[in-house]
Design a protein around this ligand. Structure first.
Ligand code: SAM
Length: 331
């Protein structure tokens, strides 16, 4: 049975945060404001996560799972977990991906590929050494560029590169990114800066996807690609170059009407939207502790999905909401 909400949206994509911890302190995520640090016992165990995946894939026909965080690769034995997920993939026919800052992948991309993770998104907000440090608090720009090379070589095709663009911080680097990556097998994804209660979002820091595209258009010609119906991105192929370029317009042109995603936080909270504050959402850790059967859990999920809002509130309102931290929900 499918997970369908009152706006007739079918959900078949689950994003799972493996941990709220991160080895970077990106200014737009702002982990410093996380109220509590979680203990290992608060997290869903790998065993519990495998059960979650079996429920969503086996009973609700989910076709895509993405692991994120915090930094998902910080979690101990995560590659073994990916191997176990891989065993479920052949049974239930779904795909997997991770979103990572790439820092812990150096020399390990082959292992990641062999563990069955299908797609790889690496976050990179600046190629400039000192700017990278000022955004992430880590001196690792070169390291991440070399991990991207490694990922291309191992055959992730394309390697997706996520860049959050903030006016006055890194909007002057958009063309540097394109110049550098244009002949590589990558998909550059320029993301609008999103507000969370825990970051210092201001409208004047927002650069819209249209403005970003205008910057690229000044130098390069792009052809619009037909995107998947649930895509969150406006996808383009660079004419005469290998790279694809996408713009993620969560704020100025949201894609809520075709949203097929739900999320689970690292502590097992089922989240209906990246921005929701968790009022109507259920807690897998609790359901497991109370020995709920899969059938009971599915009933809870069907009830919860009816509370998904039609679209997320306006950014000014989002920036005031305090319980939707990106670090624990997972980007
Ligand atoms: N640590 C991993 C990483 O760096 O990719 C995974 C977690 S991170 C929260 C997931 C994605 O969310 C990253 O691509 C990050 O750039 C993006 N992100 C975080 N805060 C954001 C914000 N305020 N606006 C837009 N994107 C954001």
């Amino acid at each position: 049975m499918k997970l369908i909400d009152r706006f007739n949206r079918t959900h078949d994509y689950l994003r799972i945060s493996l941990t709220d911890k991160c080895n970077y302190k990106c200014i737009y995520c702002n982990p410093n404001l996380l109220s509590e640090k979680l203990e290992k016992m608060d997290l869903l165990s790998f065993e519990e996560l495998l059960r979650v995946i079996e429920i969503f894939a086996g009973e609700l026909n989910f076709k895509k799972f993405r692991f994120t965080g915090g930094e998902p690769l910080i979690r101990k034995d995560v590659f073994n977990f990916f191997n176990e997920v891989n065993d479920l993939k052949s049974k239930y026919k779904f795909t997997t991906g991770i979103t990572t800052n790439g820092s812990l992948l150096k020399g390990r991309v082959k292992e990641l590929k062999q563990s069955g993770v299908d797609s790889l998104n690496i976050s990179l907000d600046s190629m400039n050494k000192s700017k990278f440090i000022s955004i992430t608090q880590k001196d690792e720009a070169d390291r991440i560029l070399s991990v991207i090379d490694e990922a291309i070589e191992i055959g992730y095709s394309p390697v997706k590169i996520n860049s959050v663009i903030i006016k006055g911080i890194n909007d002057n680097e958009i063309l540097n990114f394109v110049d550098y990556f244009k002949n590589m097998d990558v998909n550059l994804r320029f993301i609008e800066f999103m507000p969370f209660g825990s970051n210092e979002w201001e409208r004047n820091g927002l650069i819209s996807y249209k403005e970003m595209k205008n910057i690229v258009d000044e130098k390069y010609s792009l052809s619009l690609l037909i995107s998947d119906k649930n895509s969150v991105a406006k996808d383009y192929q660079m004419n005469d170059h290998l790279a694809k370029i996408s713009f993620i317009s969560s704020i100025t042109d949201h894609f809520c009407s075709t949203c097929n995603r739900v999320r689970i936080s690292s502590t097992g909270k089922f989240r209906l939207c990246l921005f929701s504050e968790g009022k109507h959402e259920i807690n897998f850790k609790e359901l497991f502790r109370k020995n709920y059967s899969n059938k009971d859990i599915i009933n809870e999920l069907h009830e919860a999905i009816q509370h998904k809002w039609e679209k997320h509130p306006e950014p000014e309102e989002l920036s005031q909401m305090m319980f939707n931290n990106m670090m624990s929900i997972g980007g």
